[in-house]
Write a protein that binds this ligand. Structure first.
Ligand code: SF4
Length: 289
C-alpha cells in the first residue's frame, strides 16, 4: 500500500480500506484547513491505483468498506472513477460501500446519469464540508463554491442515490457573525436535507490564514458558551426529513447524537440543560482536533 502522508479520513471510516486515488485537495484554499497544505494536488495514475487494489485484495479480501483518498476524489471524472469502482467490486466480494470526500463543484460537474452510474458501482456515500450556511462567512473562508452550489450538490447526489454526510463548523463565523452563522447553517442544512449531519468546532491550526486572523485579532473566537448557543440555534432551525445528527467529534464541548426529526426535542433539551449548567461541558484539555 502506498500512502503519501498526511492521510485524513472521516471518523466513521476508521475501519475502511483507504485507497489513494488523488493526492491532496484540488481546492486547497479554505482558510481554516491545514489538511493538505503540504501536498501539491495530483491525480494518481490509474495503473498505480489498480495495483494497490490488487495488493489489498490479497491482504484483506474481506474488505467491506473503502474510502477514496484524498481531499476530493470526486474531482475525478466519472470515466476515471468507473474503472476504479469496477476493480473494487471485482476484488472485494463482500464490498458494501465506497465513499469519499466530495466538494460541491466536483459533484455538480457530473451529469445525473454519471452520478447514478457511480452509485450503481458502489459509491454510495459522500462527505461534504458546508462549514457555514452564511453567505458572508462562506466567502470569507474561501470555500470555493456558493451556498446554492453546495445545496445543489447535496440534492443532486442524493437524487442519484448517493447519501450525503454534511459537516458544519460551530464558531466559523467568529463572534462577529455567530448568530447569523448558526441560523443560516440550520436553514441551509434543511434545504440540503442530507442523511447525516456532523457538527464540529472550529479550531485554528498554525499555518492557516484563520490562525493568522486569530493572532492579529481580525477573527475573534466564540466562547464555549457561545458555541453552545450556536448549536441551539442551529438545531432549532434544522428541519430535515430523516438524518443522523452528531456533535461527538473530539472538538465539541457537548457530545450529542440522535436521529432527526424524532430526537430534535431531546437534543434541544440536552443543550438547554448544558446551558443551565446541569450537564458539564468537555474541558479544553480533553478536546482535540
Ligand atoms: S476543507 Fe476540504 S475543500 Fe477546503 S481546503 Fe480543506 S480539503 Fe480542500
Amino acid at each position: 500500500m502506498r500512502y503519501r502522508e498526511p492521510v485524513f479520513r472521516p471518523p466513521s471510516e476508521a475501519n475502511s480500506y483507504l485507497l489513494p486515488v488523488t493526492d491532496g485537495c484540488s481546492h486547497n484554499e479554505c482558510t481554516y484547513c491545514a489538511m493538505y497544505i503540504t501536498k501539491k494536488f495530483s491525480v494518481r495514475p490509474l495503473d498505480d491505483v489498480l495495483q494497490d487494489i490488487e495488493q489489498a485484495a490479497h491482504l484483506m479480501p474481506e474488505t467491506r468498506r473503502v474510502f477514496l483518498l484524498d481531499g476530493d476524489a470526486m474531482t475525478l471524472s466519472a470515466a476515471k472513477l468507473v474503472p476504479i469502482l469496477e476493480a473494487l467490486r471485482r476484488s472485494f466480494p463482500e464490498l458494501q460501500r465506497v465513499s469519499s470526500y466530495a466538494n460541491a463543484i466536483s459533484v455538480n460537474n457530473k451529469s445525473h446519469e454519471d452520478l447514478v452510474r457511480l452509485r450503481e458501482l458502489g459509491l454510495t456515500l459522500g462527505y461534504i464540508g458546508l462549514e457555514s450556511g452564511d453567505e458572508i462567512v462562506n466567502d470569507r473562508i474561501v470555500k470555493g463554491a456558493t451556498i446554492d452550489e453546495q445545496v445543489e450538490a447535496v440534492q443532486r447526489a442524493q437524487a442519484a442515490g448517493i447519501k450525503m454526510s454534511v459537516m458544519v463548523l460551530l464558531g466559523m463565523g467568529g463572534r462577529a457573525r455567530s448568530r447569523e452563522h448558526a441560523i443560516a447553517t440550520g436553514e441551509v442544512l434543511s434545504r440540503m436535507d442530507p442523511r447525516y449531519v456532523s457538527c464540529l468546532c472550529v479550531t485554528p491550526v498554525p499555518g492557516t490564514p484563520l490562525f493568522d486572523q486569530v493572532e492579529d485579532g481580525s477573527f475573534e473566537m466564540v466562547s464555549p458558551e457561545e458555541t453552545l448557543e450556536e448549536l441551539r440555534l442551529l438545531v432549532e432551525h434544522l428541519e430535515v426529513s430523516g438524518a443522523v445528527f452528531r456533535s461527538n467529534h473530539a472538538s465539541n464541548y457537548l457530545p450529542l447524537g440522535g436521529r432527526l426529526p424524532v430526537d430534535k426535542a431531546k437534543l434541544l433539551a440536552a443543550i438547554a440543560a448544558a446551558q443551565a449548567g446541569d450537564i458539564p461541558l468537555k474541558p479544553e484539555s480533553l478536546r482535540g482536533l
